[in-house]
Design a protein around this ligand. Structure first.
Ligand code: PLP
Length: 394
């Protein structure tokens, strides 16, 4: 009997009948893949030899001295491809191959997931096509080129002239999948979408927290006081949190994008300001107007610019196991500069939200309190965005 993939009341499969069979096939194949020792050994081998796991847990001493607590950075920015998305790309790419699919489709916002899909498509020899909103194509030119050089085809999405972001790209990808499910694998980039995706993607990211637990124990012989991670769809955060959910003494903090401010109407804070609703096939916290229409999300970082969040986060918020905070564009840009200047590490603008919250959190910390920040990705892709802001400031 199939489970419905619920996290409390959240999650589920709110999709047209035509997709139910595809999702059923995926759930069944994933359960075989998960229990297939040969497949799992291969996945672990490639995570190590191709992607570069385990990533380092780095004691950021300069930043620690500056903030007055003991800061460790989980260096997903050093993973092959420059962000945690490679974990999931590789996992689902291998699953697609396992299922005998001949084509991979994906959607992308920041371009990081599209690039992860393109990279894995090239590596596994599976033709890959990526849906991308026209606004994101504009904002993330470098990632578009990275996808193209790996041989992926970019499919631009616009709902009105010049208008199109991640949520529009997801709709197009779902439409494509319905039409081509016999030979096509839909590679979702975060812990969102209908069951079984939120579980599959979480499973492919949860090694982040498993490694943190081992590494912090080796370094400090104790658990951290807190783990902080940014939340777009929520995959890097759930990856970092999952193995700590049962360790009640560890504070888990997810950081959403407050954009121009929570009251400005221009933000991506689905948990802080959203309500229960259905987006892309599952029930979760979503940004919607009073008629239930999905609202546009906004953030300086394209990866946090999504009007929903994974159902497991909605649940963890409801049971108050994870605390969700938000950080504005301005604060994130300051943190981007702060980490670059103190440690010589340029974080992704998404990850900069977690760093910015660390700065606030550290004010109430003692000197030897350990705080782990999941540094989800590197900031090279964001230099133009940062420079634009920097020019405006001076
Ligand atoms: C895509 C992305 C995110 C947001 O996605 P999650 O699923 O919330 O992790 C965060 N950081 C980086 C570097 C990204 O590329």
């Amino acid at each position: 009997m199939k489970t419905l993939g619920k996290f409390g009341k959240y999650g589920g499969m709110f999709v047209p009948e035509t997709l139910m069979r595809a999702l059923g096939e995926l759930e069944e194949a994933y359960s075989r893949f998960k229990n297939d020792e040969t497949a799992q050994v291969e996945f672990q081998r490639l995570l190590r030899d191709y992607a570069g796991r385990p990533t380092l847990l780095y004691h950021a001493k300069n930043l620690s001295d500056k903030l007055g607590c003991k800061v460790y950075l989980k260096r997903e920015d050093m993973l092959h491809g420059g962000a945690h998305k490679t974990n999931n790309g590789l996992g689902q790419g291998l699953l697609a191959k396992y299922m005998g699919k001949k084509r991979i489709i994906a959607e992308t916002g920041a371009g990081q997931h599209g690039f992860a899909a393109a990279m894995i498509g090239a590596f596994l020899g599976i033709p890959t096509e990526v849906y991308m909103g026209v606004e994101d194509i504009e904002r993330q030119r470098m990632n578009v080129l990275r996808m193209k050089v790996c041989g992926a085809k970019i499919l631009p999405v616009q709902v009105r002239p010049g208008v199109g972001t991640l949520k529009d790209a997801v709709n197009e990808a779902l439409r494509d999948w319905v039409a081509n499910v016999h030979d096509t694998y839909y590679l979702i980039g975060s812990v969102v979408g209908p069951h079984p995706y939120p579980t599959i993607v979480r499973d492919f990211q949860k090694m982040i927290g498993r490694e943190i637990k081992q590494q912090i124990f080796n370094a400090e012989k104790r658990l951290p006081k807190a783990i902080i991670a940014c939340v777009g769809g929520g995959s890097n955060a759930i990856g970092a949190f999952y193995h700590f959910v049962k360790n009640k003494e560890v504070e888990l903090i997810g950081v959403e994008a407050a954009g121009l401010g929570l009251d400005s109407g221009k933000h991506g804070a689905s948990i802080a300001r959203g309500g229960d609703g259905i987006l892309h096939g599952s029930l979760s916290k979503v940004l919607q107007d009073k008629d239930g229409q999905i609202q546009e999300a906004y953030s300086v970082s394209a990866g946090l610019d999504y009007p929903g969040v994974g159902p497991e986060h909605s649940y963890l918020s409801e049971i108050k196991r994870v605390r969700y905070e938000s950080i504005t564009d301005e604060e994130a840009l300051e943190a981007f500069e702060l980490l670059s200047r103190t440690e010589g590490i340029i974080p992704a603008l998404e990850s900069s939200h977690a760093i910015a919250y660390l700065v606030k959190y550290a004010k109430d910390c003692a000197k030897d309190d350990i705080v782990v920040v999941n540094l989800s990705g590197r900031g090279d892709k964001d230099m133009e965005q940062f420079y634009k802001h920097y020019k405006e400031k001076i």
